[in-house]
Every structure is written in C-alpha cells, then in structure tokens.
Design a protein around this ligand. Structure first.
Ligand SMILES: CC(C)(COP(=O)([O-])OP(=O)([O-])OC[C@H]1O[C@@H](n2cnc3c(N)ncnc32)[C@H](O)[C@@H]1OP(=O)([O-])[O-])[C@@H](O)C(=O)NCCC(=O)NCCSC(=O)C[C@@](C)(O)CC(=O)[O-]
Ligand SMILES: NC(=O)C1=CN([C@@H]2O[C@H](COP(=O)(O)OP(=O)(O)OC[C@H]3O[C@@H](n4cnc5c(N)ncnc54)[C@H](OP(=O)(O)O)[C@@H]3O)[C@@H](O)[C@H]2O)C=CC1
Length: 470
C-alpha cells in the first residue's frame, strides 16, 4: 500500500510537471508519439541504406539535401522519444492523488467550464466520453450508485465511476485501495455489491502438516508477523513426532427460525409435534426436496413464552450449507403452516442457530463440522523445536488456557489463539470469514504421557463452518 501511495505521489508530480510544461492532451500525445516512432524507423532505414551504398560515400556534399533531411528527422525523433521518459504512451493516465493536484481540480470542474484557449485536461483515470456526466449524476443522487452495473453493462467501468463518485462525495482519496487486477464481472451478483476496489493480503503457507498420514500445505492469509512461522514450527514438531490424527465426530449445519404462536400452550404443542419421531419422515421429505445434498438430521425446539425456536440440523455434503439449510427450513415452515395456521414466522433465523455470534449452543451441540485432533510430541522435539519442556507446557495450558479462560467466563475460548489460524485459513481459502466467531471455539488439552517424557496434545473444535476443499 505504501508503495502504491508513493507511486501515486510520483504520478501526481508527473502530472503537475506535464501541466506546467503545457503538455498536450493524452490523445494528441499518443498521435505525436506514434509519428515520432514512425519517423525514427523510416529515417534509420534510410540512413542504413545510404551507408551501405559503396558507390556513394556518405556525406552531405555527395548525397545532398536528402541525407540532411534524414539525419534531421533521425535526430528530432530521438530527442522527442528520449523526452518521453515518464510520459504515458499507450497506458491510461494513472489515478489522481486526493491531495488537490491540478488534475484532481480539473476533475471537479466539468470539461465545458475549461477556458476555450486552453487544451482540455486529459480525462482522469481512464475516463471515457460520457463518464463525467454519469459521475455527476451519481454524486448528485440522480443515479443510484448500485444501478451503475445494469446501466453501463460494463462492471469494470461501473466500479471505476463509482470510485470516482465516492472520491468526490467524501473528498477522501482512494489511491491506497487497489483497483486494477480484479475481475469485476465475476463478482457481480455473487459476492460483493457496489465494488470500488479490493484489498490485498499476503498469503503464506505453513507445512507440510502430517495429518492422518497425508501431507497438507496450509495456506494462511494474515498480516500478523510470526503467525505463519509459528504454525510452521508446530507442523514441524508434529511431523517429527509421527503426525497428527483427526476425527470428524459430527457434521450438522443448523438454522433455527423464530415462530410466535397465540399462546405458550400452542407453542409447546408445536415443539412436541416437530420433535416427535413419528413426524420426522414427513418433515424430512419436505426439507430435503430443495437440495440434492442437504439431509435433515433433527429438529430441537426451545421455548421462550409463546415463542418457539426450532433448531433444524442437516448434513450439507461438501458445502458449508447455510443457504441449503435455510431453503429446507423455509419449505418446512410452509408445510407446518397447514397444521398450525396460527403460527407466525417472525424470522427464518431466530438466533438459536446460532450463526456468526458467540453462543453456548454451538459450543455444546456443535455446528458445521465437529472435529477432534491429537498428536503425541516427543519430549526431545518439545525441547529442540519448541524450546521448552513438557512439564512447563502442561502447566501453562492449565493455568492459562483452562483456568485463565474459566476466570474470564470464556465460551469455547479454552485455547491460545485458535482464531488466528482459523481466520487466516478461512480468508486464504474463500470461506465466510464472519464465521470465524464460532469456528474458532476450541479447547486445547495438554498432558504428559509415557512416564512424563512426551506430550499428548489435542484440540477439540465443535463448530467449524467450512466448505469442504478437495
Ligand atoms: C517465530 C517463532 C516460530 C520462532 O521460533 P524459534 O524456535 O525461535 O525459531 P527457530 O529458528 O529455532 O525455528 C524453529 C522452527 O520454527 C519454524 N520457523 C522459524 N522461523 C520461521 C520463518 N521465518 N518462517 C517459517 N517457519 C519458521 C521452522 O519450522 C523452524 O524449524 P526449521 O525448519 O528451521 O528446522 C516462535 O517464536 C513463535 O512461534 N512465536 C509465536 C508467534 C505467534 O504464535 N504469534 C501469534 C500471536 S498469538 C496472538 O496474537 C494472540 C494472543 C497471544 O493474544 C492470544 C493469547 O492471549 O494467548
Ligand atoms: N442464507 C444464509 O442465511 C447465510 C448464507 N451465508 C452464505 O452462504 C454461502 C454458503 O452457503 P452454502 O449453502 O454452503 O452454499 P450454496 O448456496 O452455494 O449451496 C451449495 C450449492 O452447491 C451445490 N453442490 C454441488 N455439489 C455439492 C456437493 N458435493 N456438496 C454440497 N453441495 C453441492 C448444491 O446443490 P443443491 O442445489 O442440490 O443443494 C448447492 O446448489 C456463503 O457464501 C455464506 O456467506 C452465510 C450465512 C448465512
């Protein structure tokens, strides 16, 4: 980002120099640059031909005005092209800085207002004909910014004009936010609305992690120095001790709508109905019809007066499954309405699910993938790779991760920094990063084994919400 900022300042300084020198507008520059190139090539060819003519030694006297003209052309084009260093030839002008440089000023004034005698300023940031009017319409509110994509049918241009409008509305520079290099068409209707750029994060790789007999290279997107190194060290200690083993002991995504009934009695009746084993098959058939992969596992009700929260759980195949489970729940609500016409579906998500919020239910019941992993680290490796002892690590875990977290009233936070690893992995692999909240719930257990010589390590994580990666 800093480099870009510096680059932006250089570009601004270059534009100032151009303006001061009364430089030609960009389209004219391109034409004159092209002419100079053609002139250089033609005059070079002519000179070479004249030099290779053995019958007529090179000299103004022998060759006359033609040689003179060729040499002048050659010199002029060389001087012109040398002066081009730093001038754009075919690239669009780089973005203006927000610090009120000349071009920034010219952006704020419509082209029609420019004095007739002065050449119009180049269109900033690759602006095309008509862009100025569109940006002005967005700035004035006449054109909603989120209509740009459908109006222009060009996602990149829409993002660029939205960015320019935002710059003018806020008066804040966006030069620190990268723009080039993103496929704006690919994100339309998929992952992000009203784009104005994207952020860059370094992705490191830790490993190999020897897990269940396979080697994995773990991608991590983070800005925290030493994090990847730390995980890499852990992977090394695990591999040197023979690897780790994992067990997926539950796989169930949940969604819990909030339903209001006229009385607590009716709410309790609905709870009994959805939990009754006799009704499961019918409810599952309705739930399952909207997905080839989502399969209802169960429904668990919780009452709060006349409100019922029904926690539907389902398997989701390889998907993280939030949309899948929500669609199934919606179908079941429609079905239930026939038997319970007085029920009022307040929200498809009643927070008893519980998505993207810390909650005891996920910690206790699990959500998504529930996993336990273990490894036995040899005492020698604890000393040589981790630079500590088994005894010290066990004591640290009890006092910090178990007792310390209990004192803090932790909810699934019985670990040092599971969220560091989960979040870096989520971002690097395109998972929904907001679900790091419950996905990072983890209890770390450390025990001295083999007569106190080695260290048994385990992490239990009951609610990892993850799209399976092959
Ligand atoms: C930084 C280390 C790993 C040095 O660890 P070290 O033992 O001093 O370094 P070493 O040079 O002896 O290397 C040992 C091994 O570490 C790895 N390693 C070493 N350097 C690198 C590197 N540059 N890149 C990749 N891997 C590296 C590598 O595997 C290496 O083995 P080798 O392959 O050389 O035989 C160690 O000091 C460490 O793990 N520090 C902790 C860093 C960390 O975990 N940071 C996260 C902070 S936690 C947090 O943010 C939340 C918190 C703390 O508030 C939560 C809480 O309350 O607890
Ligand atoms: N709706 C909500 O409340 C929330 C949504 N989200 C967002 O939901 C998104 C993830 O939802 P999710 O349901 O996982 O994804 P999708 O909505 O993309 O559903 C998965 C799709 O992949 C298909 N599919 C193909 N092969 C497989 C396979 N092997 N296993 C499973 N599905 C397969 C499914 O088919 P089929 O059509 O047959 O099911 C389905 O269409 C994330 O972007 C997240 O941000 C996050 C939180 C809440």
């Amino acid at each position: 980002m800093d480099a870009r900022r510096v680059g932006g300042r250089i570009a601004a300084a270059r534009r100032r120099a151009l303006a001061a020198a009364g430089a030609l507008p960009l389209p004219m520059q391109r034409i004159t640059n092209g002419l100079a190139m053609v002139s250089l090539v033609l005059s070079s060819c002519d000179l070479l031909r004249l030099c290779s003519d053995r019958d007529r030694p090179l000299g103004f006297r022998t060759l006359g005005g033609r040689a003179f003209a060729t040499v002048v052309c050659q010199l002029a084009s060389v001087v012109y092209l040398l002066s081009l260093f730093g001038l754009p030839f075919s690239q669009p002008d780089p973005p203006a800085s927000a610090d009120g440089d000349e071009e920034g000023e010219s952006r704020r004034s419509p082209p029609a207002a420019a004095p007739a005698a002065v050449a119009p300023a180049p269109m900033p940031d690759g602006m095309q004909t008509g862009d100025e009017e569109i940006v002005a319409a967005v700035v004035s509110g006449a054109l909603p910014s989120h209509h740009l994509e459908s109006r222009l049918r060009d996602c990149r241009r829409a993002a660029r004009l939205r960015r320019e409008a935002l710059r003018r509305i806020t008066g804040r520079g966006l030069e620190g936010l990268p723009f080039e290099g993103m496929d704006y068409q690919a994100i339309l209707g998929q992952c992000c609305e009203m784009p104005v750029g994207y952020v860059q994060l370094p992705v490191g790789v830790a490993g190999p992690l020897l897990l269940d007999g396979c080697e994995y290279h773990v991608p991590m997107a983070t800005t925290e120095g030493c994090l990847v190194a730390s995980v890499n060290r852990g992977c090394r200690a695990i591999a040197a001790s023979g690897g780790a083993m994992s067990v997926l002991f539950r796989d169930a995504m949940s969604r819990a709508p909030a339903i209001k009934l006229p009385s607590a009695k009716q709410a309790a009746e609905l709870k009994v109905f959805v939990e009754a084993p006799a009704n499961f098959e019918a409810l599952a058939a309705v739930f399952n019809k909207s997905s080839r992969f989502g399969r209802l596992q169960g429904i668990q009700g919780a009452l709060a007066g006349r409100n019922l929260y029904m926690r539907f759980t389902c398997s989701t195949g390889d998907a993280m499954g939030m949309n899948m489970v929500s669609k199934g729940v919606e179908n079941v609500l429609g079905y239930l309405q026939n038997n319970f016409p007085d029920m009022d579906a307040i929200s498809i998500s009643g927070n008893y699910c519980s998505d993207k919020k810390p909650s005891a239910i996920n910690w206790i019941e699990g959500r998504g993938k529930s996993v336990v992993c273990e490894a036995t680290i040899k005492g020698g490796i604890v000393q040589s790779v981790l630079k500590t002892t088994v005894e010290k690590l066990v004591e640290l875990n009890i006092i910090k991760n178990l007792a310390g977290s209990a004192v803090a009233g932790a909810l699934g936070g019985f670990n040092a920094h599971a969220s560091n690893v989960v979040t870096a992995l989520f971002i690097a692999t395109g998972q929904d990063p907001a679900q790091n909240v419950e996905s990072s719930q983890c209890i770390t257990m450390l025990e001295a084994v083999n007569g106190g010589k080695d260290l048994h390590v385990s992490v239990t994580m009951p609610s990892i919400e993850f799209l399976f990666l092959r």
